[in-house]
Design a binder for this molecule. Structure first.
Ligand code: ATP
Ligand code: MG
Length: 440
């Protein structure tokens, strides 16, 4: 029989690496709490229409990367429905915002999420078909201040703080403004005109984009096309006064809080509904997949999926790429490899494999002792009564700081033998004092 493996583009995360994942998630939760964000958990799959409308039919995500299936009706009363594994979480959050009428509170909603996303991309380092994102959204009615440039700057400042607290060194914040929908339409026309005479010298994709969606030409990575793209008109020249003032206010607030940034005229991002501020944090250590996170303002998204006017700004960071970055840094700083934590004690029941009744009794007593110690907050590994003493010691030495021996005699007398591996000392400890002895 052929062996079954994890599906291409998916992976298993094992200890001790999962401890690093947990640490990153815990740091993110702590930082989000300080900025008064609350957690939202939306379903892993949604109606396909949500992504078609909320991410945009023209995007790579929707046009080629989604896992979509037809969910058949099971009863006459049920309709079949096209469902999709979420490729990102902003659309789901905005759907929930609309569905639960969160806008009617009149308050700004500050929501974060942590969870898996799915895209059928070509797997490579830092790019998987199931990956995890940590993201947050600030969304609400305009009366709650959701359009304010202060919201943009606050989110960016929070991200700078989060990356710093995660110990990620050498990140770069790239920032741009794509203006209002009208600004973008105007810029698209400008670009189309500027591309007409030069498109024939560009790559095939750009020749197509020059006609269908000129903005996407700015995403092109083909080296030969770069000088042509750099010479194209910049979107900053197509912004109206309001958009210019908004962007200037975002930058002024970043300057005031000393968050460093680089203006990147080509950062237009994949989503159709981005308005005004767009940004990305990159890291040089990641190679080709160098984006740690991306985000921007989406003032028209709620209305695009049938909701009320609810301007917002958000970001999504790739947890897999954060982990890679931190692991690379640990190697560079020649930090010791991650090791599993030792538990406080290993309980070694000493039984007689041939005497089933006695064996059952000592194993049962060992579980009762482990329960007592664990309930007192100690971390305990439990051996097995069939192990010879030597085998128990070998097993314990790998995972625990101490071994507690529990044989017939110890059970009868209530005095246990504890050996500390670091010091090599062996101590007789009355059961009643065991918790405090092991806690030291
Ligand atoms: P990229 O340009 O790397 O494809 P993107 O623009 O598609 O990124 P977003 O949709 O903005 O990415 O997602 C935000 C973040 O999620 C990215 O910056 C990246 O860190 C992470 N990410 C996106 N796709 C993947 C993937 N397939 N595997 C791992 N992480 C990913
Ligand atoms: Mg992508």
């Amino acid at each position: 029989m052929s062996t079954l493996k994890a599906v291409r583009g998916t992976r298993d995360l094992l200890p001790p690496e999962t401890a690093l994942w947990n640490r990153i998630e815990a740091t993110a939760r702590t930082v989000f709490a300080r900025y008064n964000f609350g957690e939202i958990r939306t379903p892993i799959f949604e109606d396909t229409g949500l992504f078609a409308r909320g991410v945009g039919e023209e995007t790579d995500i929707v046009s080629k990367e989604m896992y979509t299936w037809e969910d058949r009706a099971r009863a006459q009363s049920e309709k079949s429905q096209s469902l999709t594994l979420r490729p990102e979480n902003t659309a789901g959050v905005v759907r929930a915002y609309i569905e639960h009428k969160l806008g009617e509170t009149g308050q700004l909603q500050k929501l974060y999420y942590i969870g898996p996303q799915f895209r059928r991309e070509r797997p490579q380092k830092g790019r998987y078909r199931q990956f995890s994102q940590i993201g947050a959204e600030v969304i609400g009615p305009p009366s709650a201040g959701s359009e304010s440039p202060l919201r943009d700057a606050e989110v960016l400042e929070m991200l700078a703080t989060l990356l710093d607290e995660l110990g990620i060194q050498g990140w770069t914040l790239h920032i741009n403004s794509v203006g209002s929908a009208a600004d973008r339409a105007r810029y698209n026309d400008t670009l189309r005109a500027a591309l007409a005479p030069v498109a024939s010298q560009m790559c095939e994709d750009c020749q197509r984009r020059a006609v269908t969606n000129p903005l996407r030409v700015l995403d092109c990575k083909v080296p030969e096309d770069q000088p042509i793209i750099d010479a194209l008109p910049k979107i900053s020249d197509s912004l109206d006064l309001e958009s210019k003032k908004h962007f200037a206010a975002v930058l002024a607030a970043l300057d005031a809080s000393s968050v460093p940034y680089t203006r990147n005229h080509r950062l237009v991002r994949g989503l159709d509904y981005y308005t005004r501020t767009t940004f990305e944090f990159t890291h040089g250590g990641l190679g080709a997949q160098n984006a740690l996170l991306g985000g921007g303002r989406y003032d028209g998204l709620s209305e695009a999926i049938g909701g009320p006017k609810a301007p917002g700004i958000g970001f999504a960071m790739g947890l897999d790429r954060l982990v890679l970055t931190i692991q690379n840094q640990l190697v560079q700083n020649s930090a010791p490899p991650q090791v599993a934590q030792l538990v406080d004690a290993f309980i070694a029941p000493l039984g007689d494999a041939k005497n089933e009744e006695a064996l059952t009794k000592i194993n049962a007593a060992a579980l009762a002792l482990a329960r007592e110690l664990r309930r007192a907050g100690l971390s305990i590994e439990l051996g097995d009564g069939t192990f010879r003493l030597k085998k128990s010691f070998e097993a314990a030495d790998k995972v625990a700081r101490r071994i507690v021996i529990l044989g017939e005699d110890e059970l009868a007398s209530g005095i246990l033998t504890v050996k500390d591996f670091a010091s090599g000392t062996q101590t007789k400890v009355p059961r009643a004092e065991l918790v405090s002895f092991l806690s030291s």
